[in-house]
Design a protein around this ligand. Structure first.
Ligand code: XIL
Length: 318
């Protein structure tokens, strides 16, 4: 039977993909499943392109782990969503706790973005340039970047990325922007204000870390995706997973399947929604249980790489 990426392409998407991470790549069964390009036509490095991995000390760059994931994508002929340049988490201490002025942090940010994007030039379908810049109430998150530079750090990051690789698509990526809310309005405003200043922004990534039973409906997700594409950017579902309170039950599993179906279908039905990426495809390596204790079973495949009801929901959504 046809699998996720094959189906997605036939339905007009560019890809169906998954996150992966370096610690998974010694698991041969996992690598075989990940490398099945009928299933996954795109991968995202889960951690190894983040600032703490790439530039652990000032102007000392460590691309080795990121390169392992990008080389795997190249070997498999899978697209790459590169992730992520400027984020308030997984920052090295020298950035997080440094003594900065607006000028010195701007220079450090520009150097990080320029050297990282240049290193991966030509390999990334897209870059998540800025990740999670917003609070739930729609105000800017008080990261070291915002408190030192002001909201202009976003424009500065996008301009440095555009200069380093004019051919990669530049995304703003965030969570809890999958239905209308003050945070979603603020994300729309980031797109509008970058465009108004003539800054290149190509895409908006909706992480879509959902909860079984409270996933936004297909109709709500469609209208919401269209609110972004109406501004002239493409959209992508970038980190889809749908967690449940454990233990799983038959009812939770079938609701999860419906939730996956609706989320995938929303992207399929929106012109300029280019693809869906799950935030790992198997429960064994999901970030969910350690991040949201008491919850889990959020992925399409179980710990033994067996396809779950959720998987067949995703298939039905395409
Ligand atoms: C997560 C990784 O999956 C974990 O391994 C890590 O410990 C924390 O970060 N939003 C993002 C991703 O943009 O980078 C995060 O990834 C999940 C939330």
């Amino acid at each position: 039977y046809a699998q996720l990426h094959t189906l997605a392409k036939a339905a007009g998407l560019k890809y169906f993909g998954t996150a992966t991470d370096n610690n998974e790549l010694t698991d041969t069964a996992l690598v075989a499943a990940l490398s099945n390009t009928s299933e996954f036509g795109q991968i995202t490095p889960g951690n190894s392109q983040k600032w703490d991995s790439i530039e652990p000390s000032p102007n000392t760059f460590a691309f080795t782990n990121g390169d392992v994931v990008t080389a795997l994508a190249k070997k498999n002929a899978q697209m790459l969503r590169c992730h992520t340049l400027v984020w308030f988490q997984q920052l090295p201490a020298w950035v997080q706790n440094g003594t900065w002025t607006k000028e010195t942090l701007t220079a450090a940010l520009q150097n990080h973005v320029t050297k990282t994007v240049t290193h991966y030039k030509g390999q990334c379908y897209s870059w998540d340039v800025v990740n999670e810049a917003l609070e739930q109430d729609g105000t800017f998150r008080k990261s070291v970047f915002f408190t030192t530079i002001g909201e202009d750090y976003i424009r500065i990051a996008f301009e440095a990325a555009a200069a380093a690789d004019p051919d990669t698509k530049l995304y703003y990526n965030d969570f809890s922007i999958e239905n209308p809310s003050p945070k979603t309005t603020a994300a729309l405003n980031i797109v509008k204000s970058l465009k108004a200043s003539g800054t290149k922004i190509d895409g908006l990534g909706l992480q879509s870390h959902f909860i079984v039973g409270s996933t936004p409906s297909k109709e709500v997700q469609i209208a919401n995706l269209k609110s972004f594409t109406a501004l002239g950017v493409e959209v992508a579902i970038t980190e889809l997973d749908i967690r449940m309170t454990l233990p799983s039950t038959a009812a939770l599993n079938s609701q999860q399947s419906v939730d996956y179906q609706n989320s995938v279908a929303a992207c399929v039905e929106v012109e300029n929604c280019v693809g869906v990426t799950v935030w790992d495809f198997d429960d064994k390596y999901s970030w969910v249980p350690s991040t949201f204790p008491g919850t889990g079973s959020a992925c399409l495949f179980n710990e033994n790489l067996v396809r779950k009801e959720a998987y067949f929901g995703a298939v039905a959504g395409i």
